[in-house]
Design a protein around this ligand. Structure first.
Ligand code: HEC
Length: 141
């Protein structure tokens, strides 16, 4: 009986691997990328780019289903809301809204908690949060 459950589980796990969940990093003109002081960019790249850019970095264990479904969902949704790689394609109104969103979300909501549990290095320090908030408050947009 146990053996049977094991084999069924194994079969389901293997089957899941065939469901496509690949994340693409579309080629993007670098002139469209958001422009910010180096320190601000470093934080965005370290803590936000894995979901909000076209330069997503996927460790091997996150390419394995079912984790890959969650990662793909985060990246698809994350890019939909805010994609730093195509910032210059946004209208002034959209940029303004997104900067306000960044100001608000870096306080606690972003990066996502589930992501931080796997990426300790993405956690923002108090100083970094303040720096991002200062910058989004007076960014030239
Ligand atoms: C693990 C993936 C992931 C990371 C890393 C991440 N985000 Fe997000 N972000 C999302 C997803 C998914 C959404 C879509 C809305 C939701 O699910 O909350 C989102 C939505 C947003 C929004 C729009 C939502 C709103 O309420 O305005 C902003 C702004 C945002 N993220 C900023 C950031 C910033 C800034 C960072 C880095 C400090 C970051 N995110 C890191 C996944 C991520």
């Amino acid at each position: 009986m146990l053996k049977r459950i094991f084999y069924i589980t194994l079969a389901v796990f293997i089957g899941l691997q065939f469901i496509p969940a690949k994340i693409e990093n579309p080629q993007t003109d670098s002139s469209l990328e958001i422009k910010a002081p180096e320190k601000v960019m470093a934080v965005f790249k370290r803590s936000c780019y894995d979901c909000h850019s076209n330069e997503v970095n996927i460790p091997w264990y996150q390419s394995i289903a079912p984790a890959s479904f969650m990662v793909k969902n985060h990246v698809d949704l994350g890019r939909q809301w805010l994609n730093f790689s195509v910032w210059e394609n946004y209208t002034e109104k959209e940029k303004d809204k997104k900067l306000k969103g960044i100001f608000r979300t870096v306080y606690a909501a972003m990066p996502l908690a589930s992501y931080l549990s796997m990426h300790e290095e993405a956690k923002l320090t108090k100083d970094e949060i303040q720096m991002i908030r200062d910058w989004t408050g007076k960014a030239p947009y």
